[in-house]
Design a protein around this ligand. Structure first.
Ligand SMILES: NC(=O)c1ccc[n+]([C@@H]2O[C@H](COP(=O)([O-])OP(=O)(O)OC[C@H]3O[C@@H](n4cnc5c(N)ncnc54)[C@H](O)[C@@H]3O)[C@@H](O)[C@H]2O)c1
Length: 247
C-alpha cells in the first residue's frame, strides 16, 4: 500500500481521470474525498468502493475551497494530498470569445486550483509528506484552433505549480503538475464516439499509437503522491504516449 492512512482530496472525481485517481489512491490505502458538481452521479461512480467519501460541490463557487478542505479534515483528521483535477474544455475562436467563456474557463481550470491549494496549506504543512498535484495538459505547451482560454488556463496551472513548489519546499511539500495527452474520458468521448476517425487521428499521432486511458494518468499521479515521488517537485509529468514528440 503506497498511500496507507494518507488523506487525499480529488476534484472532478465523478468521471475520467479524477475517478481513476480517486479509486487508485483509495486502493493504495488513502482516505479520499471525491469532489464533483451536483448532478454528475458522483456517488454512483464510486459505489461499493472503500475509503472514498463523496462531496458534491462546484469548485469555482465562493467558499468552495474552504468547504472541501473542512470536509476532508473533519473526516480524516488530516490532509496530505491535493489533486486538483476538475476541468472544463472550451473551443471558442478569439473572434467569438466572450468574457463569460474566458472567465468560466480560467475560474474552474486555474483560479479554483489556487484557492484549494491555499485553503489546504495549513494542513499540508502538518503532513509528513504534503503533496500538490495539479492537472494541466499538453496544451500548456502546445495549442490548437479555438483553445486560447483553455491553453491560457493550463499554462497558468504550470506557472502556478512551479511557484508553489518553490514557495512550499521549505515545508516539505512537493508540487507538480500532470500533462495528459489525448485521453478517452467524459471530456473527449462525446466527440470521439461520434467521430471515430478523429479519435483514430489522435491515436496515430502518438508514438504508442493509442489513446490514453484514465488509469494511465492515475498511475502517474500515484507516483507523484507516494514516497516514490518524494524528491520530485516543480515539474510537469507528461503522460501522452509520445503525442508531443513530433513538431
Ligand atoms: N481527456 C483529455 O484528453 C485531457 C487532456 C489534457 C488534460 N485533461 C485534463 O484532465 C482533467 C480531467 O478531465 P477528464 O478528461 O477526466 O474529463 P471529464 O469530463 O471526464 O472529468 C472532468 C470532471 O470535472 C468535473 N468538473 C468540471 N467542472 C467542475 C466544477 N466547477 N466543480 C467540480 N467539478 C467539476 C466534471 O463534472 C467531470 O466529472 C481536466 O483538468 C482536463 O482539462 C484532459
Amino acid at each position: 500500500m503506497r498511500l496507507e492512512n494518507r488523506s487525499a482530496i480529488v476534484t472532478g472525481a465523478a468521471s475520467g481521470i479524477g475517478q481513476a485517481c480517486a479509486q487508485l489512491f483509495a486502493k493504495e490505502g488513502a482516505h479520499v474525498l471525491a469532489v464533483d458538481l451536483p448532478g454528475k452521479n458522483l456517488a454512483a461512480a464510486h459505489e461499493g468502493r472503500k475509503g472514498i467519501t463523496c462531496l458534491e460541490k462546484d469548485i469555482a463557487a465562493e467558499g468552495a475551497a474552504e468547504d472541501i478542505v473542512r470536509t476532508a479534515t473533519d473526516k480524516s483528521g488530516r490532509l496530505d494530498i491535493v489533486l486538483n483535477n476538475a476541468g472544463v474544455s472550451s473551443y471558442t475562436r478569439i473572434e467569438d470569445m466572450t468574457d463569460e467563456v474566458w472567465q468560466r474557463t480560467l475560474s474552474v481550470n486555474l483560479t479554483a486550483q489556487m484557492r484549494l491549494c491555499q485553503a489546504a496549506l495549513p494542513h499540508l504543512k502538518q503532513s509528513p509528506a504534503g503533496r500538490i498535484i495539479n492537472v494541466a495538459s499538453v496544451m500548456a505547451e502546445g495549442t490548437d484552433y479555438g483553445l486560447s482560454a483553455y491553453c491560457a488556463s493550463k499554462a497558468g496551472v504550470a506557472g502556478l505549480t512551479r511557484t508553489l513548489a518553490l514557495e512550499l519546499g521549505k515545508f516539505g511539500i512537493t508540487a507538480n503538475y500532470l500533462e495528459p495527452g489525448a485521453i478517452k474520458t467524459g471530456m473527449t468521448s462525446p466527440l470521439w464516439d461520434a467521430r471515430p476517425d478523429v479519435a483514430e487521428i489522435w491515436a496515430k499521432k502518438s508514438a504508442l499509437r493509442r489513446l490514453g486511458q484514465p488509469i494511465d494518468l492515475a498511475r502517474g499521479a500515484l507516483f507523484l503522491a507516494s514516497d516514490d515521488g518524494g524528491f520530485v517537485t516543480g515539474h510537469g509529468l507528461v503522460v501522452d504516449g509520445g503525442l508531443m514528440l513530433r513538431v
